[in-house]
Design a protein around this ligand. Structure first.
Ligand code: HEM
Ligand SMILES: *[C@@H]1O[C@H](CO)[C@@H](O)[C@H](O)[C@H]1NC(C)=O
Ligand SMILES: *[C@@H]1O[C@H](CO)[C@@H](O)[C@H](O)[C@H]1NC(C)=O
Ligand SMILES: *[C@@H]1O[C@H](CO)[C@@H](O)[C@H](O)[C@H]1NC(C)=O
Ligand SMILES: *[C@@H]1O[C@H](CO)[C@@H](O)[C@H](O)[C@H]1NC(C)=O
Ligand SMILES: CC(=O)N[C@H]1CO[C@H](CO)[C@@H](O)[C@@H]1O
Length: 374
């Protein structure tokens, strides 16, 4: 073969390879789209018709044994939905030198776009080679993992290999709120479990020190707006917080690290009370009710606290820094529009729990919520 013929053959191969490659990529993208289903209310109606009743029944028992788990279970779902792994994986085909085209292994070409919203990734344990979200600092304070697995075990008995851990968590969070006398909302189902959990991705979670701008930006990155921010922050009507997550407001707000270095956005009487509970910056064990007196019940009293500059975190206090969120806080602080807050909360939860989830053939149905399948 002379040089001309060789280079013309090569260029033909190259162009055919390119178009084959383009074809395969297009087919795969189309396939991935087709494989992505939708969330549906009656997703398990044939495969696990009693799923909601089973979760509810078990949640009643769990909260009877440990009423303080309502907050942690709501928070688990929030963290699950907020931490998303964004990856674009291309797998290069094995190239057999001369027979490039004939050996195009269709199945080797995968274009996988993972935008994982609520996908159960928060539940995964770390492995020897990967530190999971669970073990990242913002999440060291998460609780309730055992209860999720307890419900998963019951569902595995009733309908093996059917219900995803991500769906279980979405249902548990809803039931936790309902059983704490809060609002209910429809949970559409069909989420699939992700196979990735990365500790470094928890930087997507807003820290308690965040200012208003940062909160808006971090919620915005999840498709949630200012209204969702002020409404979902109302989740802090439930549960407790460790001193060290807000003690910078008491002793080291600007970094001066002395008794007078306090957050000016905190009510003075409340500040004194918090200082008597949290004696130092190092205290990472003392728990504080975020909505003192009613931390086990879901109500609008969180807003009354925030309006009085008694929100526990700097992030809570920041809801007063913007006219729109401040107006919402003040309206709810009157206690006369609780039904409005309930219906807003339900709406924002539906939004948060459905953005960018895995569906259809994406991900998997985990056998154990803390482990990816084999
Ligand atoms: C706006 C940004 C948010 C920030 C900065 C934030 C931060 C925090 C922090 C630091 C804690 C204390 C954890 C501990 O010490 O154990 C906490 C607890 C909690 N958060 Fe948030 N959070 C935010 C939004 C949300 C949302 C959207 C929800 C749910 C709708 C939520 C529900 C909860 C619950 C229920 C607890 C109590 C957990 C327990 O009792 O163990 N939070 N949050
Ligand atoms: C987390 O680590 C993975 C793998 O090391 C990397 O691909 C990803 O971009 C990192 N994410 C962030 C938010 O740093
Ligand atoms: C808000 O916090 C961000 C960093 O998280 C900072 O860059 C910004 O200057 C702060 N904005 C205000 C108004 O303090
Ligand atoms: C006090 O705050 C500064 C600035 O945020 C920080 O660098 C320092 O580590 C804090 N001191 C303690 C004892 O936590
Ligand atoms: C609390 O602080 C102590 C001492 O600094 C540390 O050894 C421990 O790991 C911390 N606990 C948690 C849950 O971070
Ligand atoms: C105990 C612990 O490491 N707590 C960390 C939890 O996450 C917050 C941020 O949300 C960190 O500031 C804490 O240090």
């Amino acid at each position: 073969m002379n040089n001309m013929a060789w280079s013309s053959l090569m260029s033909r191969i190259r162009s055919r390879t390119m178009s084959a490659l383009m074809m395969v990529l297009l087919v795969s993208v189309g396939g991935a789209m087709a494989a992505g289903g939708q969330l549906e209310m009656d997703f398990y109606s044939n495969t696990c018709p009693h799923v909601e009743a089973i979760v509810r029944d078990e949640m009643v028992k769990i909260l009877k044994e440990a009423p303080s788990l309502a907050g942690p279970l709501l928070r688990l779902h929030f963290h699950d939905c907020f931490v998303r792994v964004h990856t674009l994986l291309f797998r290069v085909p094995s190239l057999y030198s001369r027979l490039i085209i004939m050996h195009l292994e269709m199945n080797e070409y995968r274009i996988k776009k993972l935008f994982q919203g609520c996908d159960g990734s928060v539940l995964l344990d770390s492995t020897p080679t990967n530190t999971a979200e669970k073990d990242a600092t913002p999440n060291l304070t998460l609780r309730g993992f055992g209860s999720v697995q307890r419900i998963k075990d019951r569902l595995e008995q009733a309908c093996p290999g059917t219900v995803s851990c991500a769906d279980i968590l979405a249902l548990m969070a809803r039931d936790a709120v309902v059983l704490a006398n809060g609002p209910s909302w429809p949970v559409s189902l069909g989420r699939r479990d992700g196979r990735v959990s990365m500790a470094n991705e928890t930087t997507q979670l807003p820290p308690p020190t965040a200012n208003f701008t940062r909160l808006v930006q971090m919620f915005g990155a999840k498709g949630l707006d200012i209204k969702d921010l002020v409404v979902l922050s109302g989740g802090h009507t439930l549960g407790t917080a460790h001193c060290n997550l807000f003690s910078d407001r008491l002793y080291n707000f600007t970094g001066a690290n002395n008794d007078a270095d306090v957050d000016p956005a905190l009510d003075a009487a409340y500040l004194a009370r918090l200082k008597s509970r949290c004696r130092s910056l190092a205290d990472n064990t003392t728990l504080n009710e975020m909505d003192p007196g009613s931390f086990l019940s879901f109500d609008a009293s969180y807003y009354r606290l925030v309006a009085k500059r008694r929100g526990l975190f700097h992030s809570d206090s920041q809801l007063l820094a913007n006219p729109v969120t401040r107006a919402y806080v003040q309206r709810q602080a009157t206690g006369r529009f609780v039904h409005e807050f309930f219906s807003d909360f339900a709406q924002s939860m539906v939004k948060m729990s459905t953005v960018d989830v895995l569906t259809g053939a994406q991900g998997e149905i985990r056998n154990k919520c803390y482990l990816v399948n084999n």
